[in-house]
Design a protein around this ligand. Sequence first.
Ligand code: 5GP
Length: 114
Amino acid sequence: MSGHSIFTRILDGDIPSEIIAETENAFAIRDIAPKAPVHLLVIPKTEEYRNVVELAAGDPDLMAELVGLANTVAAEHSDGDFRLVFNTGPNAGQTIFHVHAHVLAGGLEEKSIG
Ligand code: 5GP
């Protein structure tokens, strides 16, 4: 059993999941249990950062690369508008402690937060 995260194991090809886009330091997959018409995940290739707070403090350029990849896949898979969600901590629903952003798109207008 690997000590690596599920996302590292997907990136390494040990768990099957199509990589739908990638940049030098990040990649995108479809969420296995979609919560929106379009539900993608954008993930740094490194598993060094457990959550978005660590990522933003530790590597702002990688944070920006991740947001850019979210924008790219939202344009490719929906109309370009999207919601970006980083669950941060178990009480907020985070289950995988390798930072990732949920890209939610398609038909969200009735469920706006705020
Ligand atoms: P979290 O709850 O940590 O914010 O998000 C983890 C997400 O990863 C969940 O939405 C879950 O459905 C997704 N997920 C968990 N295991 C897999 C998997 O093996 N493949 C894919 N594509 N998504 C997964």
